[in-house]
Design a protein. Structure first.
Length: 290
């Protein structure tokens, strides 16, 4: 099992606000992933992209890019065109940075039925995938699970798109899944069910994910919170991952505490792993005494 941890954005503790400063801080914090947040969309530039790509590779930090949060691939023609241009622009930036994933949302259902929304989402994501291929862009398009009932992106919908459009991957935002399904992710087996469904549908063992605390009500995320303040614990996910040694997973902290909670997740991983090792050693010693 191989796990990467990192924040969704430049660390809050970083004195400088450039990507270079952020990468150096992430390395100093012993993290190894960074999701770059695009806020301005088309026209946003990243200075010294080649230098950033080289530094990330040297420090073994996996880069990814998140498109502007308001995407609308299910709206009118103008809204769809603007959103697709943003995702294309994000792809070009991500490719220049050597990033592995362009993470995006689909948008609101609006007046569409779930069936119509799914078909339109597949159509538009396939267009984007084809454009990425034509431009020889290496990053995968990642589609993030939704945390609100009015926003397209249940786990089943995301997996259906990824199955129908090759080269597109699911972004498993556990806080969103937890909120969308009314607080479902409480035990190890709840997380295992998410992975089992994903593996069965897409035949993969590499996952790109988000984790944070979440405040929610009636199937809707109200806001992301620090992990300690949410009702979804990280320990059960760690137990699940330790039972699946073939998994490779990136876990991005979407918490308001960003790097603090990314480090906190690493601490919990080490703590749970150590408890397991001590328990196994104790069982072995007891067996030898018999």
């Amino acid at each position: 099992m191989f796990i990467r941890f990192g924040p969704a954005g430049i660390p809050l503790s970083c004195k400088g606000r450039t990507l270079k400063d952020g990468l150096e801080d992430i390395y100093a914090l012993e993290l190894n992933a960074l999701e770059i947040q695009l806020v301005r969309g088309v026209g946003q530039k990243i200075e010294n992209a080649e230098e950033i790509a080289g530094l990330a590779k040297e420090l073994d930090i996996q880069l990814s890019v998140h498109t502007p949060y308001y995407m609308d691939l299910l709206g009118d023609d103008n809204a769809v065109e603007r959103s697709m241009e943003n995702i294309k622009w994000a792809g070009m930036l991500a490719d220049g940075l050597g990033a592995s994933v362009v993470n995006t949302h689909i948008g609101l259902y609006g007046d569409r039925t779930q069936e119509d929304a799914l078909e339109l989402a597949v159509k538009n994501i396939r267009k984007l995938r084809d454009w990425y291929k034509k431009q020889n862009l290496k990053p995968n398009i990642g589609i993030e699970t939704s945390g609100k009932q009015k926003v397209f992106g249940s786990l089943d919908e995301i997996l259906t798109i990824c199955k129908r459009v090759s080269g597109v991957i699911p972004v498993l935002n556990f806080a969103h899944i937890h909120a969308y399904d009314g607080g479902i992710l409480k035990k190890k087996h709840n997380f295992q069910e998410i992975f089992d469904k994903t593996v069965k549908t897409l035949k993969i063992n590499t996952f790109y994910t988000h984790f944070s605390g979440v405040e929610h009500n009636a199937g809707n995320k109200i806001r992301c919170t620090p992990i300690k303040k949410g009702d979804m614990r990280f320990d059960p996910l760690v137990d699940c991952l330790l039972d699946n040694e073939d998994y490779e997973i990136t876990i991005i902290s979407g918490s308001p505490l960003l790097e603090h909670d990314a480090i906190y997740m690493k601490v919990i991983l080490d703590r749970v792993r150590q408890k397991r090792e001590l328990k196994a050693q104790k069982i072995k010693e007891q067996a030898q005494l018999k």
